[in-house]
Design a protein around this ligand. Sequence first.
Ligand code: ADP
Ligand code: MG
Length: 331
Amino acid sequence: EGAINRIAAGEVVERPASAVKELVENALDAGARRIEICFADGGKTLVRVTDDGCGIAPDDLPLALARHATSKIDGSDLLNIHTFGFRGEALPSLGAVGRLTIASRVPEFEATEISVNGGQVTAPKPTALNGGTIVTLRDLFFATPARLKFMRTDRAEAQAITDTVKRLAMAEPFVGFTLRDVSGGGEGRVTFRADAETGDLFDALHGRLARILGAEFAENALRIDASREGLHMTGYAALPTYSRGSAVAQYLFVNGRPVRDKMLYGALRAAYHDFLNRDRHPAAALFINCDPTLVDVNVHPAKSEVRFRDPGLARGLIVSGLRHALAEAGH
Ligand code: ADP
Ligand code: MG
């Protein structure tokens, strides 16, 4: 049973950055306004996510660690997913592959902490915490040395964590994010920070993109706002003159989730086809939103592919929406 759990867990948790993604998504689902992520040694020895969200009641803590227990869906409605989580898999998976501690507090109860070590859950005990949740994951893959070998250098894993946090921060401009490398101990070093943005969604997103992609992107960014048959695209796309030598500045989201999807990247490329040489790549941060029944964003828990019910419609929206904005800007 334990071995099977650990194999399944490896599907969800490939590397420290996937743990960060799951934990930050849980914090966002909990309505957090501020999220702090700490990591050490590329996340291999420590990942800690602190949020000011709704917290978990003491009685629910053991449930949070039970496989397929989720507070986010009642089972009748598997396609209609509005929150990030729904599988109830992340925490049990992390508890199977590392040393996991969850400390949490809801206003009505004392703060409580629970730990799980290679699948063994401890009894809940009181702890000190004013509110929200702190999830600490130590020694990822300590019980599965074979998987440890697949981890890359601390530097590469830290880079993957940073990239993950930036993508999540882009999708949630009203939430404040701090990322800290605490490898040396103590307070550590802040490697990324984005304070909560204010204003309307476009203002907030513009501010957040300036923070993450830089002022030059923000100054060259066209506001995108287009719809087609129940599919909506908002965000910013840069003028062709602000293209890049690689595709690194392409950020795509479907229903708030960062995705890396060939079809969507292809549509972005196609929209700029007439304006860019082959070796130049458009820069954009685009958010596609639709009724959750029109898209499956959970094709694979750890990969970020999506499957639209009507892929042609999604492609058409991206190509025509971007071309329209480019034409209005004189292209
Ligand atoms: P899922 O997110 O798919 O529901 P998880 O294993 O990620 O599954 O989390 C299990 C449950 O634990 C969640 O449904 C939620 O009730 C609770 N939970 C996890 N993280 C947090 C958090 N940071 N704040 C509040 N509740 C949380
Ligand atoms: Mg989750």
